[in-house]
Design a protein around this ligand. Structure first.
Ligand code: AHG
Ligand code: MN
Ligand code: MN
Length: 332
C-alpha cells in the first residue's frame, strides 16, 4: 500500500478552501503554470536526444542569444496561461513588451521562462521563475504597462521550477513556502518540502567571484570575510555558484546561504532583472524567513520603471545578508 501523497493540484484546491469567497482564478492559474512546467520538463529531459539544444540564432531585447529551449519554455507558458483564461497579460524575459491575454482575467504574470540558459547545453540545473500580481487596470479592458510595474511587495504569488537532479516546483501565496517534487512515474508534483524555512545563518556564499576586480572595496572586504581573511575571523564559508540563479537560490533556501549579484564597474545595476527574477525570488526568500535587498533597500520595495530593468541583489539567510550590507555600507 502506498503512503498518501498530496499532489500539487490537491494542495492548491485544499488551500483554496481556506478562502471560501475566492473565485478560484488564482488556483487555476497556478495549475496552468504547473502543467506548463511538466511539459517544459519533458522537453528538457530529452534535450540531448533531439535537435533542440543550442541557439535559435536570434537575440532577445537584452542582446542575449536566445536558446531553443528558452523559446520553447516561453511559448509553452504563454500557451498554457492564455488557454487557462485567468491571466490578462504576461511580461517575459523573452518578449520586448508584455503579451496581452484575456481582458477579463484578473491577474498578470511576469516570468523568466528558462533561467540559466548558459547551462542548458551542459546538463546543469536550470529553472523557470514566475510571479503573479492582481492587475491594477480595470477588468475587461486591455492590460497596461503599469500593471507590470508594481512593487514586488504587491505579489500575490510567486514561485520557481528547478529542473535539477529531480524537478521541483516551489511556490508561495504569501502564507509560507511549499515545495513539490515531480514523480515522473505518475507525472505529478507531490508535496515533499512542507513550509520551508530558511536557516538564519548558512555555510554557503554564492557569487561570481571571477568579476572581483570590478567589485566595490566594501564587497571585496566582505568576500575576504567569507574566506576567513578579515580581522573578524570566521570559519571560511563554502563557495557555491552554479550560474543558474534558481538553482543557487534553491540550494541556499534549503541549506542556508547568501546569493549575490552585485553592482560592478561597467554594470552599476548588476545583471539580474527586477520584475521577473529578483522580485519573485525575494518574495519566496522573505516568505521562508530570509532577507533580500539591493544592499540599501528591500528588493520588494523597489519601484520598477521598466519591464527589463536590472538591480543588484543580495538574498538568502537573514544574518548573512545583514553582514554583507554591513561591509558594503561601511563608512570609509
Ligand atoms: P538567464 O539564463 O535567464 O539569462 O539568467 C542567467 C542569469 C542567472 O540565472 C545567473 O545567476 C546569472 O545569469 C549568471 O551570470 P554570470 O555568468 O554573469 O555569473
Ligand atoms: Mn534568468
Ligand atoms: Mn531566462
Amino acid at each position: 500500500m502506498r503512503n498518501k501523497v498530496t499532489t500539487l493540484d490537491e494542495f492548491i484546491i485544499q488551500k483554496q478552501q481556506d478562502f471560501p469567497f475566492a473565485s478560484g482564478d488564482l488556483s487555476s492559474l497556478l495549475r496552468d503554470i504547473g502543467l506548463a512546467a511538466k511539459i517544459i520538463n519533458r522537453e528538457i529531459n530529452k534535450a540531448g536526444l533531439v535537435d533542440i539544444l543550442g541557439s535559435t540564432g536570434t537575440t532577445n531585447v537584452q542582446d542575449e542569444e536566445v536558446q531553443k529551449l528558452d523559446d520553447f519554455a516561453n511559448n509553452q507558458l504563454i500557451f498554457s496561461l492564455k488557454a487557462g483564461g485567468d491571466c490578462c497579460g504576461i511580461a517575459s524575459e523573452e518578449n520586448d513588451d508584455f503579451v496581452p491575454c484575456n481582458p477579463s482575467g484578473k491577474y498578470i504574470v511576469t516570468m523568466d521562462p528558462l533561467d540559466g540558459s548558459s547551462n542548458i547545453d551542459v546538463n546543469v540545473s536550470i529553472g523557470t521563475i514566475f510571479s503573479i500580481y492582481r492587475r491594477i487596470s480595470e477588468v475587461g479592458t486591455g492590460v497596461e504597462t503599469a500593471d507590470f510595474l508594481q512593487k514586488g511587495k504587491e505579489q500575490v504569488a510567486a514561485g520557481y521550477v528547478i529542473y535539477g537532479s529531480s524537478t521541483m516546483l516551489v511556490y508561495s501565496t504569501g502564507n509560507g513556502v511549499n515545495g513539490f517534487t515531480l514523480d515522473p512515474s505518475i507525472g505529478e508534483f507531490c508535496l515533499s518540502h512542507k513550509d520551508i524555512k530558511t536557516p538564519e545563518n548558512g555555510k554557503y556564499y554564492s557569487i561570481n567571484q571571477g568579476y572581483r576586480s570590478k567589485f566595490s572595496k566594501g564587497l571585496n572586504e566582505y568576500l575576504d570575510y567569507c574566506q576567513g581573511f578579515s580581522d573578524e575571523k570566521i570559519k571560511p564559508l563554502g563557495l557555491r555558484y552554479i550560474g543558474s540563479m534558481v538553482a543557487d537560490v534553491h540550494r541556499n533556501l534549503i541549506k542556508g546561504g547568501i546569493f549575490i549579484y552585485p553592482s560592478m564597474q561597467g554594470n552599476p545595476k548588476g545583471k539580474l532583472r527586477l520584475v521577473y527574477e529578483c522580485n519573485p525570488l525575494s518574495y519566496l526568500v522573505e516568505q521562508a524567513g530570509g532577507k533580500a535587498t539591493d544592499a540599501k533597500q528591500r528588493i520588494l520595495e523597489l519601484q520598477p520603471t521598466e519591464l527589463h530593468e536590472r538591480t543588484p541583489v543580495y538574498l538568502g539567510s537573514k544574518k548573512m545578508v545583514e553582514k554583507a550590507e554591513e561591509y558594503i555600507n561601511k563608512k570609509k
